[in-house]
Design a protein around this ligand. Structure first.
Ligand SMILES: CC(C)(COP(=O)(O)OP(=O)(O)OC[C@H]1O[C@@H](n2cnc3c(N)ncnc32)[C@H](O)[C@@H]1OP(=O)(O)O)[C@@H](O)C(=O)NCCC(=O)NCCS
Length: 240
């Protein structure tokens, strides 16, 4: 239908996370019309036709499709693709399981995914493009910032902040009041008992930082310490 209004939702992504999002949307009574994938992706995702290439976003918009959601697991890719979706003039929709328990005082952004069994408690805030995965529990007054991802079975106590683009691996626990910076990753099973800065990877019980982001890549904390030790050792070596 040229220049008309098509009701189906366009899902950007066609991998495992897209499958979950498609089923969430169907459980909400929605119809998914197309997925947008890559050239090497399968032609269908849970029976939904997959169009290869981001240029299809604009073409589908011309055909009258007006609602979309970005369903890729990478936080950085999700943010980039959401910008394309907005530029193409789509409304970003939410995929929220009817089997999630969401407080009436929770604040929800756009383009978010809340999986089955997730619990969102009083006055928490889930910002745009965030994912609260299966069975994760977000307690009162938590803030999950833009495009962050809280993986299955995580438990966040009250007043925790998870920074923009950050990722908490499966089964993490966070004690009350903790602040986790932007673009930080917590490994699966980690227990966070101290604030963590942005741009680090931390693992373990309690978590310790093992890598830190320098420019695009992460370098190991061990390697950085080795360089720092050499630098401080160098003047000593040249003394007397
Ligand atoms: C932390 C993580 C992101 C890996 O990061 P990475 O930079 O690739 O780290 P590496 O695999 O190089 O491991 C570095 C060290 O950390 C350890 N490590 C990695 N993940 C760990 C974890 N979750 N807990 C404890 N230690 C961990 C490794 O054993 C390794 O230790 P070593 O140097 O003594 O051998 C990954 O292991 C992880 O936990 N991902 C979570 C995945 C997940 O939950 N997905 C859910 C999708 S919905």
């Amino acid at each position: 239908m040229e220049n008309g209004s098509e009701d189906g939702i366009v899902v950007v992504g066609s991998g495992g996370h897209a499958k979950v999002v498609i089923e969430l949307l169907r459980a909400m009574g929605e119809t998914v019309s197309h997925c947008i994938g890559g050239v090497n992706d399968a032609p269908h995702c849970l029976g939904v036709p997959v169009l290869a290439g981001d240029h299809h976003l604009a073409l589908l918009r011309i055909k009258g499709f007006r609602r979309a959601i970005v369903a890729v697991g990478s936080n950085q890719a999700r943010q980039r693709l959401a910008d394309l979706v907005a530029q193409a003039g789509y409304e970003l929709v939410n995929a929220i399981s009817p089997r999630a328990m969401i407080s009436p005082t929770a604040t929800l952004g756009q383009g978010i995914a809340i999986m089955a069994g997730a619990i969102l408690n009083a006055d928490c805030r889930i910002e745009d493009l965030a994912i609260i995965n299966t069975g994760a529990s977000i307690d009162h007054d938590c803030v999950i910032r833009r495009a962050a991802h809280v993986a299955p079975q995580c438990a966040l106590a009250g007043n925790v902040t998870v920074g923009e683009g950050s990722f908490l691996g499966v089964g993490c626990k966070v004690i009350p009041g903790i602040h986790i910076g932007d673009n930080t990753t917590i490994g699966a099973g980690g227990v966070v008992v101290r604030d963590l800065p942005g741009g680090v990877i931390a693992v373990g019980v309690p978590t310790r930082v093992i890598k830190t982001r320098s420019h695009q890549a992460y370098e190991t904390v061990q390697a950085r310490h080795a360089v720092e030790t050499q630098q401080t050792a160098a003047p000593t070596n040249h003394r007397g």
